[in-house]
Design a protein around this ligand. Structure first.
Ligand code: ATP
Ligand code: MG
Length: 358
């Protein structure tokens, strides 16, 4: 999209009178009967704004109420693959805006799939800058398609794969944003995310970090019945959750602690060395999470603030964990707050995420 000021008026308020007699607009009129002048495009489908084909994930002007249909989106390339399906980079043909289109093929009853989409529509267009926006959701031929805000630097998993470890100042900035997203989900929406992990924390070139799969994982988890049908990773699951007990918001806090610790030490905390390829199996993991003492940040390598933050999250007793709101004022977050640390600079130096094999 061009670097122009976003539209300030709703499209519906723009009036255009089409002249009765022919005037010299032939320079702009294409063979298909489309009138184009700069960003403005007029044809039988009405008046639209188009923009250059650049993969810049600018937010849509609020006033543009896009009536999406899947036919309006053209595929650019595949950007990711999860256990539930494929994520593609798509472009809206008329507006030029890029989105991530996530298709989820689930072997569940059609009725349930329809319900999920119904609920996702309610959750759509969240009001938090640290939660990935879901603009639209469709259900077609057994597939749920979500039109998501495109995060052009991939996920935290992509970042860590390249940088190996994230230094504390950057980690604090990342963590603060995730916490802001969690406060929104927990306190305003009353939603447990249930699947906080590096691949669900997405990053853009501005250094913004946003929680994704909100709603999706939550709705799927509740609709499909818990553990038996869970298809993601168990690595970041809290002890109470992995052992099948009741769990609440604090389960997300355990997961956040595990993610931050992994980013700090450069390996999944329950693996002792990088030689342990593939990670532990389910029962090994279950035993480690439930039976062994909780992992912590080594105090000889990290600041007392980071160590304390990790231990405020990774407590086996859910009651002992701090809430997302409390953690926002933790000394680890406060320490770097006025330091003007730009995570965008770190991600700008990385290769764009192109390898989508898991
Ligand atoms: P799982 O399916 O096991 O939960 P996952 O989170 O990696 O794993 P998806 O949520 O399907 O699976 O995402 C696959 C990948 O696609 C992500 O790791 C990320 O790199 C990319 N991706 C997902 N959503 C977006 C988005 N909105 N913008 C940019 N990239 C995205
Ligand atoms: Mg995901």
């Amino acid at each position: 999209m061009k670097n122009k000021k976003p539209l300030t008026k709703p499209l519906t308020q723009l009036k255009l009178s089409v002249p009765a007699e022919e005037i010299s607009i032939s320079n702009f009129l294409t063979a298909s009967g489309t009138f184009q002048d700069g960003d403005l495009l007029l044809n039988q489908k009405g008046l639209r704004f188009v923009s250059e084909n650049k993969e810049t994930p600018l937010p849509l002007p609020k006033e543009v109420d896009l009536q999406f249909s899947l036919e309006d989106l053209e595929t650019i390339r595949v950007i990711g693959k999860g256990s539930g399906g494929v994520v593609q980079l798509v472009r809206h043909k008329w507006v030029g805006q890029f989105f991530a289109l996530k298709a989820i093929q689930m072997n569940i009853q059609e009725e349930i799939r329809k319900q999920i989409v119904q609920e996702l529509k309610i959750n759509q267009a969240s009001q938090c800058p640290h939660v990935v926006i879901c603009y639209h959701s469709f259900y077609h031929n057994g597939v749920i398609s979500l039109v998501l805000e495109y995060m052009d630097r991939g996920s935290l998993a992509d970042v860590v794969r390249q940088v190996k470890t994230i230094l504390e100042p950057y980690l604090a900035v990342v963590c603060k944003q995730v916490l802001q997203g969690l406060v929104y989900l927990h306190n305003e929406r009353h939603i447990i995310h249930r699947d906080i992990k590096p691949s669900n924390l997405l990053v853009n070139h501005k250094g913004e970090v946003k929680i994704s799969d909100f709603g999706v994982s939550a709705k799927l988890a509740t609709s499909m019945g818990q553990r038996d049908t869970f298809v993601g990773t168990y690595n970041y699951m809290s002890p109470e959750r992995i052992s099948g007990s009741a769990y609440d918001y604090s389960s997300d806090i355990w997961s956040l602690g595990m993610v931050i610790l992994e980013c700090a030490i450069g390996r999944f905390p329950y693996i002792q060395s990088e030689d342990q390829q593939g990670g532990p199996g389910f029962y090994e993991l279950l035993e480690a999470i439930v039976e062994s003492p909780p992992p912590s940040a080594p105090s000889d390598q990290f600041s007392p603030e980071l160590c304390s933050f990790i231990s405020a999250c990774i407590q086996k007793d859910p009651e002992e964990r701090m809430s997302s709101l409390e953690l926002l004022t933790h000394p680890f977050i406060k320490k770097f707050e006025d330091k003007d640390i730009d995570f965008g600079i770190l991600v700008a130096g990385l290769d764009p995420p192109t390898n989508f094999t898991r």
